[in-house]
Design a protein around this ligand. Structure first.
Ligand code: NAD
Length: 355
């Protein structure tokens, strides 16, 4: 298939392009390039992959010619980013996505895979394990946009346009465009670079976690599935055994870093807590298996840090924490208040900061 991956220069998008290429697809990436100031480790760019440097809010029909499917990842990608500037979150995550989906449909692009999030469930009330049919309870602008996109893109589904909504658990694992602002990656990086995990909270909230490679596999399987198995469907992406309380994640991480000390705080009033069932994707998405477990992922991260000799300044480097990088781009006047570049940029694919 001829596939467009939006957000391909991000944490999930970067390895996703490699996977789709290796599975025989022709891949084009589209990204505005907010986080291209650094890579955590070198990774070969797959041959023949074309790159468009564009904002999804300004794409046109001509950008979408010839594609059979779109994997749409390009959004402001977490709760703190959404809280930082709610108007931009709505404009990019909701407005930009609806625009892209409408254009895709007009251009006859049949498959549209959307990376939604388990954060739509928000609270641990009602069903003990949230299924795709459980009521949603989004607590942040980021999560509210995910719900609004699912509703509005779903309304476009017909015989010519098949969207699928993948509600991903919180990701972990290595990527050249690393994120250290998500829970396991953050804890393991802190543990490795300081030897101490100081939790300000009691770590009681529940979170489902999933390896980044399993998310990429779910996206590829969705694109390749017979249309009637994924048409206008919602799938939680993860494994039902992989719901953890944050304090259990801390313990697992600490076990992978020799000598790591842990101290826990008291409840910090973080309301976000949810356990999720992943039975539907395990039984209904052809070819998909969530093969990775958190313990192995924590070891994989510790091994990576040792291999690249991760220094504290690499761990705290701005490009690996999404909010920090956007604040830097605003402070240095590279982005305007709506997060558009003031000067057109053509970032290099492999950039200067390598750990
Ligand atoms: N990482 C997770 O734990 C997780 C969990 C659930 C869902 N998701 C979703 O998966 C998607 C990818 O997440 P990620 O972790 O790779 O995020 P990321 O922030 O690493 O990547 C997002 C990419 O989108 C690009 N982008 C942002 N706004 C854009 C715009 N207006 N135009 C063009 N490009 C733009 C950024 O430059 C970046 O390269 C997001 O939609 C996110 O909400 C991620």
């Amino acid at each position: 298939m001829n596939i467009l991956v939006t957000g391909n220069q991000g944490y999930i998008g970067y390895p996703l392009v490699r996977l789709l290429h290796d599975r025989g697809h022709t891949v084009t990436g589209l990204d505005t390039g907010y986080y291209t100031d650094g890579t955590l480790f070198e990774s070969e760019w797959p041959p023949g992959v074309r790159q468009l440097w564009k904002d999804i809010r300004t794409i046109e029909q001509s950008d979408l010619e010839g594609f059979d499917g779109i994997c749409h990842l390009a959004e402001l990608s977490n709760d703190p980013l959404g809280q930082h500037n709610e108007a931009n979150t709505y404009a990019i995550n909701h407005g930009g996505t609806i625009r892209l989906a409408r254009l895709a449909k007009e251009m006859g692009i049949e498959r549209f895979v959307y990376t939604s999030s388990c954060s739509v469930y928000g609270l641990q009330n009602g069903d003990p394990f949230k299924t795709e049919n459980s009521p949603v309870h989004p607590l942040t602008a980021y999560a509210r946009c995910k719900v609004m996109v699912e509703r509005d893109v779903s309304a476009l589904a017909d015989d010519t346009f098949s969207p699928t909504f993948l509600r991903n658990a919180t990701a972990y694992g290595p990527s050249p465009r690393q994120r250290f602002d998500i829970v396991l990656n953050n804890l393991s990086g802190v543990a490795y670079t300081t030897g101490i995990i100081n939790m300000r909270s009691d770590g009681s909230p529940w979170r489902p976690l999933v390896h980044i490679a399993d998310i990429a596999q779910a996206i590829a399987c969705t694109l390749e599935a017979p249309r009637d198995t994924v048409h206008n469907e919602v799938f939680n992406v993860g494994h039902s055994d992989e719901n953890y309380q944050v304090r259990d994640i801390v313990d697992l991480v600490a076990q992978t870093i020799p000598g790591c000390q842990v101290s826990m705080g008291s409840s910090d009033g973080d309301d976000r807590s949810y356990r999720v069932s992943f039975d539907k994707i395990a039984t209904q998405l052809p070819g998909f298996e969530s093969a990775h477990r958190l313990h192995d992922g924590a070891e994989q991260m510790a091994d990576l840090y040792a291999a690249i000799d991760l220094a504290p300044e690499d761990f705290t480097f701005r490009a690996f924490t999404r909010l920090k990088q956007l604040e830097y781009l605003l402070d240095t006047d590279q982005l305007d208040s709506e997060f558009f570049w003031r000067q057109p940029v053509e970032p290099s694919i492999m950039s200067s900061h390598n750990a």
